[in-house]
Design a protein around this ligand. Sequence first.
Ligand SMILES: O=c1ccn([C@@H]2O[C@H](COP(=O)(O)O)[C@@H](O)[C@H]2O)c(=O)[nH]1
Length: 287
Amino acid sequence: MSAREPFGARLAAAMDDAGPMCAGIDPHPGVLADWGLPDDATGVRELGLRVVEALTGAVAAVKPQAAFFERHGSAGVAALEEVLAASHAAGLLTVLDAKRGDIGSTMAAYADAYLRDGSPLAADALTVSPYLGFGALDPAVTAALESGRGLFVLCLTSNPEGPSVQHARRGAGASTVTVAAQIAAAAARLNEGAAPLGSIGLVVGATVGDAVRATGTDLADVNGPLLAPGVGAQGAGARELATVFAGAGRAVLATSSRAILAAGPDREALRAAAREASAQARAALRG
Ligand SMILES: O=c1ccn([C@@H]2O[C@H](COP(=O)(O)O)[C@@H](O)[C@H]2O)c(=O)[nH]1
């Protein structure tokens, strides 16, 4: 067992302090250009480090999107390692958005890469995909719980293509159950008894409209954090957060990337945009 407090407890404390907002670190080519940075590994490194420096204390967590670092090969991955290390040094929680998922034996290697003390790519939490079966995530669940880290399991994603898989039903007659509801129930079982919040969270987009009700997904009983992408560039705002997460608001960590980064590169403007997004999320989810 780890000396570190469980991720759920650390995240709950960070959200109480800074508000329920996570800033995404997504160095798109266009964002790098707007910041006057090159579209290479030095550019993504610089953007990531500036975000961490500017937003420590203003948001509960940062969420580097692995894809934008991997685009630049090994130098980009080295930049991601530096951004993670700077966040840890600053005491800022990290959610690495890499959406890993594979057969159990390979999942164990992903767990080793992202959820093990001493690994250069270790984050406080990792996004994972349950579409090889929730049970295939077991090595990551074990590694996360043993090391005081967390997972966010894709449940109802923010993109329009998600429902074709996530709303699918199994069973017959009145006893059908959706894929999303099964994922939420599996997470709830892993979080049973945890306080103030378990460490096995879900990804539920702020853009999903009526999908929580329509799929019979019980968010109120998950007892784990709910990562809510879709705020800002994908069109969701305070109203959508309040509606989608009614009854479960205290567990929600809203996340926004492009809309916050658009305020940069000026440090004070970036910090002000993040603080404003955080205040709006707090009012919508905890007001
Ligand atoms: O359902 C999901 C899961 C993950 N994401 C990721 O979040 C950010 C969103 O970026 P914005 O610029 O705020 O739109 C991005 O890294 C996605 O890969 C998501 O959008 N939806």
